[in-house]
Design a binder for this molecule. Structure first.
Ligand code: HEM
Ligand code: CA
Ligand code: CA
Length: 300
């Protein structure tokens, strides 16, 4: 597909160490950049391929689209890019920096590492309207599967990659509708009743929609399988996440990650790296396509 592990081994041998030390130093002062960068890479790849289009500034650029408005960590990419331009000018793409930073973010939150193929080139187009095809938090399993299939990702990849919600947080605005008047009798019945009152306390009706709570209750800072146990227990935060447990085609993968007896086990840490490599190769521009941006927030 054009990318390969070690693409910069002669042209910029320090790229991986520079990116990882940059992510690490930002993470020390602000651990929220780890989930931020992982999500940013996903949103980059699903729109125009993994080409750094999410990083471009502009009045109608992708980053202004509603699903992208709360992305964070842009300053980490800019910082790494500045350092890389001083040691190997014009060599490393912003798209690759983001792909490496996403992996480093998983490692910093105690996930397993994987080798990231590099050699992506940067795109020159970034339009907010292109962000419409991103998966939404109210999507049914069929819609989620379709949106992933459109990018060459199967049902196992879907469940595995959504497992990225093992780290990070969501704002109340994305799920409080599930807590009040969801049905004529109250909250979304797929939420564990004991959990409903906890969530209501954290996200009061007509309260601050920007308040954030962990997507993986009790383990929002650690890259582990707790997120899948929470789905089993009716403690998924997003409606789209909880649905992975309601639908049999996705539930079986959740169960396999949980080591349910009678099913062939899957190791989340191992599968996550494999599915990330697939995702990070979506629509990549290689060879002479695109460009190597000088500054990640604007085309050359
Ligand atoms: C059906 C697919 C998906 C949907 C509907 C979805 C939706 C969302 C929503 C609504 C949020 C909360 C945003 C906020 O409040 O700032 C979120 C956060 C997050 N998502 Fe997803 N997501 C999906 C798949 C993925 C995938 C594939 C990844 C990565 C591999 C991912 C990684 C994350 C992370 C790490 C966060 C936390 C961000 C933070 O703390 O800043 N998501 N997602
Ligand atoms: Ca992109
Ligand atoms: Ca976790």
């Amino acid at each position: 597909q054009g990318t390969r592990v070690g693409f910069y081994s002669t042209s910029c041998p320090k790229v991986e160490s520079i990116v990882s030390s940059t992510v690490q130093s930002h993470f020390k002062s602000d651990p929220t950049i780890a989930p931020g960068l992982l999500r940013m890479h996903f949103h980059d790849c699903f729109v125009q391929g993994c080409d750094g289009s999410i990083l471009i500034d502009g009045p109608n650029a992708e980053k202004t689209a509603p699903p992208n408005q709360l992305l964070r960590g842009y300053e980490v990419i800019d910082d790494a890019k500045t350092q890389l331009e001083s040691v190997c000018p014009g060599v490393v793409s912003c798209a690759d920096i983001l792909a490496l930073a996403a992996r480093d973010s998983v490692v910093l939150t105690s996930g397993a590492s994987w080798a990231v193929p590099t050699g992506r080139r940067d795109g020159t187009v970034s339009q907010s309207s292109d962000a419409n095809n991103l998966p939404g938090f109210r999507d049914t399993v069929n819609v989620q599967k379709q949106k992933f299939a459109d990018k060459g990702l199967n049902t196992q990849d879907l469940v595995t990659l959504v497992g990225g919600h093992t780290i990070g947080t969501a704002a109340c605005q994305f799920f409080s509708y599930r807590l009040y008047n969801f049905t004529s009798t109250g909250a979304d019945p797929s939420i564990n009743p004991a959990f409903v009152s906890q969530l209501q306390a954290l996200c009061p009706q007509n309260g601050d929609g920007s308040r954030r709570i962990g997507l993986d209750n009790g383990s929002a800072n650690k890259f582990d399988t707790s997120f899948f146990a929470n789905l089993r227990d009716g403690k998924g935060i997003l409606e789209s996440d909880q649905r992975l447990w309601t639908d049999n085609s996705t539930k079986t993968f959740v169960q396999r990650f949980l080591g349910v007896r009678g099913l062939l086990g899957l190791t989340f840490n191992v599968e996550f790296g494999k599915s990330m490599v697939k995702m990070s190769n979506i629509g990549v521009k290689t060879g002479t396509a695109g460009e190597i941006r000088k500054v990640c927030s604007k085309v050359n």
